[in-house]
Design a protein around this ligand. Sequence first.
Ligand SMILES: Cc1ncc(COP(=O)(O)O)c(C=O)c1O
Length: 459
Amino acid sequence: MSPRDSSEELFAGTYGAKDFDRPAAELSHFPESGMAGETAYLLMHDVLQLDGSTGLNLASFVTTWMDDHATKIVTEALGKNHIDHEEYPAAHRIEEICVRLLADLWNAPGHLDPVGVGTIGSSEAIMLGLLAHKWSWRARQEAAGRPIDKPNVVYGAETHVVWDKFARYFDVEARRVPMSSDRFVIDVADVRERVDENTIAVGAVLGTTFIGQVDPIPSLNDMCADIKASEGWDIPIHVDAASGGFVAPFSEPELQWDFRLEHVRSINASGHKYGLVYPGVGWLVFKDREFLPADLVFNVNYLGAGQPTYTLNFSRGSAMIQAQLYSFLRLGREGYARIVRNMLGNAEYLSERLAGMGRFRMLNDRLPEPVVTFTFAGDPGFDEFALAERLRSDGWIMPAYTLPPNAQDTKLLRVVVKERLSRTLVDALLDDIDKAWTELSANPPTPRPPGADEHPRPC
Ligand SMILES: Cc1ncc(COP(=O)(O)O)c(C=O)c1O
């Protein structure tokens, strides 16, 4: 036995352990033997430093900070499987309470009986919401003796990719309204042209993924009401409030987008975006129990007493649902409103300063969301992708992408202003943008090959 082997135990968790002089390539095979926990931790901790910094991640909407009390709640809940309602009734009750609080926040009329569910994120919530509308549409069609083989869903190109996923996975025709080169939300007349008796739902977004704008939800509601009166088709609106569901109620409580509108029957939001919880929680709320068909709710009894479930997943962690209630209790309306005000203030400041540089054209003139999107005002000899790449070397993660058809010629940059992006950091970002611009202008990079800008959609 070599001296190093004999003292291996003693040096576990130090850089003297043998595991530090082995290439990571060995991890292509399942390890034969284990290693000391401290050593495994050090190894992984150091490798994970290669990730971008969460605080400088301006790309994602997802929360990157919670306070110590939230972390405690999360840590205490780590071993709880949320589906074990019988075993963890208090945890399940917290989900029900969150649904009730959200129905209240989104102005469900008092005489109705809202129901909902905690999901992994908005994607699962949107799929479940639209699936329920497909079921209700089919029941209506069957009752009227009409065909049920051609359901469609109408939404705009400004929506998140999950809307396309729903259409493909659940066999529903996607009637997508394209963007135009100067309009990045849906137009009601375009939606009207596409709906018919087979439309299971119309989709509207509060805080679009691409630009952070808001679809004309009250006008869509009026359109649905007119159609109901003239054609008898009762078309529901599902509002994708992934980010806006936790912004508008605090920044513009008078904005009509939610359950106050007759045809808005379901809403999703991401607790892990402006709901201020770490990744892993989304919400789906139906305005009334009647909009969730009973035969979609499964009852299982193999975990104890019978329990209803309407989710795509079965097992899931309970921690983030509990963290959601923690944030509601900790902040209340007043606390969320203060955070939203700070974020919007910083976003407006960033937007004004960028516009003032004379190099950029801002794409969202009004900021309903703390999201700043901009494109180049002229041709400086490099493009938005080059600027994004250059800023990466300063640590900033700011995505460049192109808009969907028919605005695909627009290349843009997006900054999602989250609570951690303080005014001090915004100033640092502006300085770095200025520095990067000067450097790129003096030394333009080789132009990107054609097609290289076909970038994945932002998330
Ligand atoms: C408008 C919109 N809808 C849905 C989603 C998907 O949300 P999640 O990541 O919570 O599944 C996003 C993500 O950014 C979004 O912006």
